[in-house]
Design a protein. Structure first.
Length: 164
């Protein structure tokens, strides 16, 4: 686990050094037990576009909708003070597909304007670090590493299908 002064509970279906509770978030009783004593939740446990060929439509509904609802409701019942949901950028669909010759789109306009958010590790920082021959990832990204989307079946890349 990360070196922190907080007790961290890592939920995921795939075991890793950051997962100490390998169970599905669709199990409401499991989620309830995990919320005991929690004061914050960082939720990133959803299925993404690369899972389309390896998971059923019902799995997407169970994980992304029912699992998220379980986390939200159990967090509220447990009196959790903060809930952060971070989603895959593919949830924005075609919004992230720029017109030919246009730069990539980043969905941060509202967070910057309304919340005053200024990312430290933004795309410009990545480019600057690459130009300087440095690792472009943030300290957190380096600590967490890459677990991949799937177990060893797709060890040579994160996507289970070929792109065309």
């Amino acid at each position: 686990m990360l070196n922190t002064s907080h007790d961290v509970v890592g939920l995921d279906l795939l075991q890793s050094k950051f997962t100490n509770k390998p169970d599905p978030i669709v199990d409401r009783d499991f989620v309830k037990r995990c919320m005991e004593g929690a004061d914050a939740v960082l939720h990133a446990a959803t299925l993404h576009k690369p899972h389309v060929d390896t998971h059923s439509r019902q799995s997407f509904i169970d994980t992304n909708i029912t699992g998220t609802l379980n986390l939200l409701e159990e967090a509220a019942l447990a009196g959790v003070r903060a809930f952060i949901f971070t989603s895959t950028t593919s949830a924005f669909g075609r919004a992230l597909t720029p017109a030919p010759g246009a730069p990539a789109a980043w969905i941060t306009d509202r967070a910057r304007n309304e919340l005053g958010w200024r990312p430290v590790y933004d795309f410009q920082r990545v480019l600057d670090r690459l130009r300087a021959g440095q690792n472009p990832r943030s300290p957190l990204a380096r600590a967490v590493g890459s677990k991949g989307y799937h177990a060893a079946a797709f060890a040579d890349g994160p996507y289970p299908t070929e792109t065309q």
